[in-house]
Design a protein around this ligand. Structure first.
Ligand code: SF4
Length: 356
């Protein structure tokens, strides 16, 4: 791949089998939307996420029953599992006992120092990292009062307070996230954070909205940060199926030359030269290729005049004619197919390439 971003130098943290930070590939994360106490549904969603390429899954642990579910879930999944906990240190301990590979908990919210120490000690014993997750929507009241409003300094100060609590207990297996629904606030906060510590950063734009909106916000926010070398794990968060988050994360990473998973679709906007009903063709191809992990380039072009040439870098493609389509490979036309067969024939070509 030609273009590569310069990564920020970070410490390496181990989350289960997954190495995060340093020169390790940027890791794709997601979070389940199921009730963690419903083990069946949660396992199924994590298996779906795994199949889509998700490398770390996070689950919300809201009570003891959810914490106890960790053990049952862990047995049936392959990717590392992060237990997301607010306030209650007992949930952290139970999750650790169940085999959680990391905790997302803010030590500042646990309260009593002894309780924090108990959690930190348990993490130290098992070499389990802690992700400090600061969220603009739940900033510490003291900090909010100090700054008067949510701002990058407030987010970073809140994270640093939590970092200090852990460092004072000689704990440095830390990952940090600073989430806000504003793209620019998130980017500025992460930039500031990156200038202060060398812990790996989990980046994302939170509460980013429904699918299309979240994709735009995430592509912008994550794109800017990744391009500056910031970010060791990423999550695209959207109101919808988390499997879509994983697909979108790989699209963002591929476009920046940082990971290379999945099929890239090149399709033209069509113009007055197009003589086929092209949008449904492109949509059908898009749907069919989304689950393919191979790094291929596939093109769907509106006309035979410019199509193959415009999509020269595609491994395989189809260009519309009048009632037919031309199949092409690397810009060279290989055969003619009836319009009605364009989609299945293109998919067949893709399968042939995958088998090679
Ligand atoms: Fe127009 Fe053909 Fe280019 Fe598509 S490939 S935009 S139909 S000229």
């Amino acid at each position: 791949m030609g273009y590569m971003c310069m990564r920020r130098k970070t410490r390496v943290v181990k989350i289960g089998s997954c190495l995060v930070g340093g020169d390790n590939p940027i890791v794709v994360q997601s979070m389940t939307s199921t009730d963690t106490r419903n083990v069946e549904a949660t396992v199924q969603q994590i298996l779906d996420l795994e199949e889509a390429g998700c490398e770390i899954a996070r689950v919300a642990v809201i009570d003891q029953e959810a914490a106890q579910a960790i053990k049952k879930i862990k047995r049936r999944i392959s990717i590392p599992l992060v237990a997301d906990i607010h306030f209650d240190y007992r949930l952290a301990l139970e999750s650790l006992a169940g085999g959680a590979d990391a905790l997302r908990i803010n030590p500042g919210n646990i309260g009593d120092k002894k309780k924090v120490q108990t959690v930190v000690k348990a993490c130290q014993d098992k070499q389990i990292p802690i992700r400090i997750g600061v969220n603009a929507g739940s900033l510490d009241k003291e900090i909010l009062r100090k700054y008067g409003a949510v701002c990058k300094e407030a987010l970073v100060e809140s994270a640093m307070e939590n970092v200090k609590i852990l460092e004072d207990m000689y704990f440095q297996d830390i990952k940090i996230s600073l989430k806000a629904s504003s793209v620019m606030l998130s980017v500025e906060a992460y930039r500031l954070m990156a200038s202060k510590v060398d812990y790996p950063l989990h980046i994302g734009i939170t509460e980013a909205g429904t699918k299309d909106r979240a994709l735009i916000k995430s592509a912008l926010g994550l794109g800017m940060m990744l391009n500056e070398g910031i970010g060791d794990t990423i999550r695209v968060s959207l109101t919808g199926n988390p499997v879509d988050e994983v697909w979108a994360a790989y699209e963002i990473l591929r476009n920046l030359g940082l990971r290379n998973r999945g099929v890239e679709l090149i399709s033209c906007p069509t113009c007055g030269r197009c003589e086929i009903n092209m949008i449904p063709v492109a949509e059908a191809v898009d749907q069919a290729i989304r689950t393919i992990p191979d790094p291929l380039k596939v093109a769907v072009m509106g006309c035979v005049v410019n199509g193959p040439g415009e999509a020269r870098e595609a491994d395989v493609g189809v260009a519309g004619g009048r009632g037919f389509g031309l199949m092409f490979r690397h810009g060279e036309v290989v055969r003619k197919v009836p319009e009605a067969n364009m989609v299945p024939e293109l998919l067949q070509e893709i399968n042939r390439l995958r088998e090679k």
